[in-house]
Write a protein that binds this ligand. Structure first.
Ligand code: GLY
Length: 372
């Protein structure tokens, strides 16, 4: 049931292996990368409690020793304090230039560990073993690494590609439904941005996949990763096409800021709502049919996901304030907001040519539903 997606980036090429039981087999996959049979693992306390023994056993099966540092779970770990703790720990572990660091966790650990590997001794190799659906389909692939600054999310970082990604689809069974569905927001994004047939497939198969069908999970993760790999290979450092991966993110980042990056809205939930809003906006601009945003919402609702601003608990700022929060997004270029819009399902494109009045109109109507 295993699938492999190759990311062909010349000297930085690597494989993403996807399937159940990969943590237990980690040693077999990692051994060919090692000069000496020793790895340093960065993880978080939750993942360590649930899965670290299995990773240790999987490495030991190939005679690989492991030292591990478990950081606190949660987004607040992704800052300078835990980053310097991690880098100093790696130095204490005497990690050398030819050694391999393992990132074992969700997006926070993957981003932080990848950035630590990028700067340690001017760059050591690292392996991603993503444990959340979001990390498996998005953040572990493509080499974006980094931490948050007080001024904003992901503002400090480096492009540093992993040497291998092991996406164990069995480990996803320990996620809460909310975490799983938040990750699913990124899966559906791939269908919406570039592959209508994948969206058709998800409409039919995603309910059984969320219920735990392993073959469907492997297929969904592999198709998502393949699409991400294709885009990253075209545009590794986001000079153009890679921005398509930000479908739904301009709205999402404003909503995350408006909810204080709190439990009220998880990133993947914001992406799902943001995708619905991006299609609504596209339809209002006459770019796609009116049926498209309805179809996007219907699928998200069928999956039990948040789809509208009304689904976010608590008060939200006004439409104008949300637009102002969008202006602080990283994707602003020369003061121009950039949106990912769509000419239909699977046909997204990047544009800076969006009248602010239309964005306001869409948000005002959404907020009216929330109040009403
Ligand atoms: N998560 C968006 C990207 O990797 O470019």
């Amino acid at each position: 049931m295993q699938k492999t997606v190759h990311v062909p980036l010349d000297t930085r090429a690597y494989d993403v292996v996807i399937g159940p039981g990969l943590v237990a087999e980690a040693g077999k996959h990692i051994a060919p990368l090692l000069r000496r049979k020793r790895v340093a693992v960065l993880t978080d306390e939750t993942v360590a409690g649930l899965h670290l023994d299995r990773l240790r056993a999987g490495l030991a099966a190939e005679g690989i020793e492991m030292a591990a540092l478990a950081l606190p779970a949660g987004e607040s770990t992704k800052g300078w304090a835990q980053f310097s703790r991690a880098v100093e720990w790696l130095l204490e572990q005497k990690v050398e230039r030819n050694d391999v660091v393992v990132a074992f966790g969700g997006g926070v650990i993957g981003d932080l560990a990848g950035f630590a590997a990028a700067v340690l001794r001017r760059g050591v190799r690292f392996v991603q073993i993503p444990t959340s659906l979001l990390a498996q389909v998005d953040s572990s692939v493509g080499g974006k690494t980094g931490i948050n600054a007080p001024q904003g999310k992901n503002l400090i970082g480096a492009f540093h590609q992993p040497s291998l990604v092991l996406a164990d689809t069995e480990i996803l069974s320990t996620l809460t439904t909310r975490d799983f569905l938040a990750g699913y927001g990124e899966v559906v994004k791939y269908g919406l941005l570039g592959d209508a047939s994948f969206f058709d497939w998800l409409e039919v198969n995603a309910p059984a996949m969320a219920e735990g069908d392993m073959a469907l999970r492997v297929e969904a993760v592999a198709r998502s990763v393949q699409m991400k790999a294709d885009i990253v290979v075209r545009d590794e450092t986001e000079q153009g096409d890679r921005a398509l991966l930000n479908l739904g993110h301009t709205f999402c980042h404003a909503l995350e800021a408006a909810t204080g990056y709190s439990d009220r809205l998880m990133h993947g939930e914001g992406v799902a709502i943001g995708c619905a809003l991006a299609f609504e906006l596209s339809s209002r601009l006459g770019l796609c049919s009116q049926e498209d945003p309805s179809r996007v919402r219907a699928h998200l609702k069928a999956m039990g996901m948040k789809t509208d601003l009304a689904d976010i608990p608590g008060d939200l700022p006004s439409a104008a304030e949300l637009v102002a929060l969008m202006g602080q997004d990283k994707k602003v270029v020369d003061g121009q907001l950039r949106f990912i819009l769509a000419r239909g399902i699977g046909e997204a494109f990047v544009t800076a040519d969006v009248p602010a009045a239309k964005v306001l109109e869409v948000l005002e109507e959404e907020l009216a539903h929330k109040v009403g």
